[in-house]
Design a protein around this ligand. Sequence first.
Ligand code: PMP
Length: 296
Amino acid sequence: MLIYMDGKLVPDEEAKVSVFDHGLLYGDGIFEGIRVYEGNVFRLRAHIERLYESAKTIGLEIPMSLEEVEAATVETVEANGMANAYIRLVVTRGRGDLGIDPTSCPTPTLFIICSTIQLYPEEFYETGIPLITASTRRIPMECLDPRIKSLNYLNNILAKIEAKKAGVPEAVMLNLSGRVAECTADNIFIWRNGKLKTPRLTEGALPGVTRWATLELAHESGLRVKETVLGLHDLYNAEECFLTGTGAEIVPVVTIDGRQIGDGKPGPTTLDLLARFRKLRVSDGYKVNLDPAAAR
Ligand code: PMP
């Protein structure tokens, strides 16, 4: 496997980050997770734009232009000859002194991994998944804006541990006011009374690229869509519920905290959006140039 590391492609055994890197020491950095489907890097530009927005907010100057980062991402996929992949693009504050002061880090570290991701098994898309509500709350935007895709995931990890302990794959995270924010690594949607609803970003949600694609698909099908304020009551009484994310794509939810959602099966609106997303994922994005004989 070849890793893009600070300007060049190197074998993975040579791709090393210093123990003095502030990304490791303090979680001071940002990242993106991007999928490649049949040689199409899904919504590459949207991911790179989100990366630059995160960088701007945390005052991190990426030492390359947006176009150069985009080209480096494509180069990494092409060098690894992978037609289907998961890309992890990370920018840290870089190597510095011990102590949180970022001014001791002269050069950010930038690396790009092109690998695979363990998807939810296909049966989850047919049967739907159960959720619980985590007791760990989403960090409020008054403290750390959730729109920053930062290397600080401990809050989400604690909620994920709660989910796994409860024997479910994902957990709903509430904000400090007890309203629904998102899940540990996915955005959440409900369908009720002819309306598709998802929490506003300011409720404590990451601006998911899949969330945005789903909102666009819903608009195209003429669905009524609302970014709004949701409580657990709205979730429990939804006709349908689903999650969106780069790893999850669109996955139906059939129970939340032991309450059955709708008739306990993935609903028609969810399944229609999922089918249309599966067409979009191979067509909307950047087409990489792979040697057909070598492509995996
Ligand atoms: N929320 C969180 C906290 C996430 O980490 C992610 C990314 N996995 C998402 C939502 C979904 O965002 P995207 O669709 O861009 O993957």
